[in-house]
Design a protein around this ligand. Sequence first.
Ligand code: PLP
Length: 370
Amino acid sequence: MNEMIPGIRPTIRDVHPYVAGKTTEQVRRELGLSSVVKLGSNENPYAPFPTALEAMQAALATIHTYPENSFVELRRRIGSLYDLSGDHVAIAHGAGGMLETIARAFVQPGDEVVTLSPTYGLYREISRFMGAEIVTVPVAEDHATRMEDLVAAVTPATKIVWLCNPNNPTGTVTRPADLTPLLDALPPHGWVVVDEAYAEFADAEVLPDSVSAVRSGRHVIVVRTFSKAYGLAGARMGYALADPATITAIDTVAEPFNANRVGIAGATATLDGGLAEVRAAVEKIRNGRARLEAALAELGMEVVSTHTNFVFFALPDGHQADAVADALLHRGVIVRSAAGWGYPRHMRVTVGTEEENETFLRAFREVLDG
Ligand SMILES: Cc1ncc(COP(=O)(O)O)c(C=O)c1O
């Protein structure tokens, strides 16, 4: 279809539009349901937190004016979380916006980029759009990423290794938790972009010390988001950590005013006085996750041990994830079938509140019982 439009970039032919999860409003409207539980997009069910909400409401008073373009204060606060300066931080509309900006800064036609399979789909689409060849590394049998497989995929043409860690949709991490072999294998123009969107839900020791690698000037860009643990998905706030020269290059190709006043206010207030609210919610989610994993295992699901705020599991033989997800949707529960990732029997369910998890489990039992 796109190729019929005169002048359109030919690489658009290779790009699939991003498939977003349904919102609760959409499902209520489309299916005429009064109550809908959304466990499809890995959001934080305990947010928005009072500290962020108050600051965001206050920010509306100046919404008619542009935000500051250099984000000096927010960058300084984010940097100090990691013992880095604000010069090591770039801001964007969500981690998604940051990934796209990084692709724009680095990826050229003919480059190779390495991604996992399955993984978050945006890496492939933005790289194809920039004209790159995609080299895919399947996760291992236990659904974890093996460092040796990533290293083996690197060639002299590798520009970026898009490493989702913990990985979406599997919830697994790269083993062993040390980036050095991968960084050592890169050609001189090669970079590892570690997308740590879910890092706050993982135990620190299962993740590589990617920030140390930034500090010591290795070719690493760390991407993080306020959308998951921080509960600000609708405010679209993400960031990158990298050496200051790389940050300047990223900012050069970024859209002007790459974050809005409301998002900036919410993120800043959270870092100033709302971290305890975030930590308490993460703790509740981790506890809920353990209960959800146990309940699913008890129902006979093959549960993949997760380091995130979602659970990836296989249905028993004879069940199809698309059909089960659809039946759940009609009962007012939004989850993700993994069929689109090539896993027709697997599903991905976000850890919600205790009540939401119970609602899901009740509906799920009904669907399985037919
Ligand atoms: C691995 C991963 N990276 C990035 C994103 C995008 O996050 P954001 O809302 O910050 O754009 C997501 C969202 O689901 C994700 O799962």
